[in-house]
Design a protein around this ligand. Structure first.
Ligand code: AP5
Length: 189
């Protein structure tokens, strides 16, 4: 099984590059952001709670996200592995994922971490906000909050995988094709 993590701050290109990775490596895409937005679209009570958090640029509680991830993995066992996009986002989630995969006789092979500076991220998110209307891209203050949460709570997850010798930083600036080529070189190694 090929289990990969694509990691990086909001707007670094995780979703864009996941689409390329699933085509080339035949792994299944598990995006916690997409799962949470699906729940919001369902109109459920849970979705309403999630919407309040996401639309303000805040993280959803670990336990809620872990339940969704476990459910997705349980229902999608047949494939070649997973590309985790937007998960894990806290050290607690990383530890939990390690334990869950171990119970399935599996593990994360590599964490690809997209490195993009805040100025470029703000430009990309504001651009996508105008184009696609995602609520958490609409406001400079919300974007600033998302970046701050990345720097204070999420970035440290890189250290977790660095200690396991699985962390590979990739320059995330360049054309989408250039970034994908760098990712493939890292995975193929
Ligand atoms: P999530 O959906 O994961 O959003 P995010 O991390 O904020 O990431 P984005 O989707 O904004 O960006 P991306 O890195 O995927 O970049 P993309 O490819 O789209 O999470 C949303 C929210 O859900 C979180 O804020 C949180 O509230 C909650 N959540 C999710 N997971 C959670 C978890 N595990 N725990 C707790 N809460 C969780 O690209 C962005 C833009 O840049 C696009 O317009 C794209 O076209 C452009 N672009 C991409 N690559 C390039 C390039 N090389 N050059 C120029 N432009 C580029």
């Amino acid at each position: 099984m090929l289990n990969l993590i694509i990691f990086g701050p909001p707007g670094s290109g995780k979703g864009t590059q996941s689409n390329n990775i699933i085509k080339k490596y035949g792994v299944q895409h598990i995006s916690t952001g997409d799962l949470l937005r699906d729940e919001i679209r369902s109109g459920s009570e849970l979705g309403k709670q999630i919407s309040l958090l996401i639309d303000g640029g805040n993280l959803v509680p670990d336990e809620m996200v872990k339940t969704m991830v476990e459910d997705f993995i349980t229902k999608n066992q047949a494939g070649n592995g997973f590309i985790f996009d937007g998960f894990p986002r806290t050290v607690n989630q990383a530890q939990w994922l390690r334990n869950l995969l171990a119970t399935l006789g599996s593990e994360i092979k590599v964490m690809i971490s997209l490195e993009v500076d805040d100025q470029e991220l703000k430009k990309r998110l504001a651009g996508r906000g105008k184009e696609l209307g995602r609520p958490d891209d609409q406001d400079d203050e919300i974007i600033r909050n998302r970046l701050e949460i990345y720097h204070t709570r999420t970035k440290v997850v890189k250290d977790f995988y660095r200690k396991l010798d699985k962390h590979i930083p990739i320059q995330g600036i360049g054309t989408m094709e250039e970034v994908f080529e760098r990712i493939c070189t890292a995975i193929d190694k």
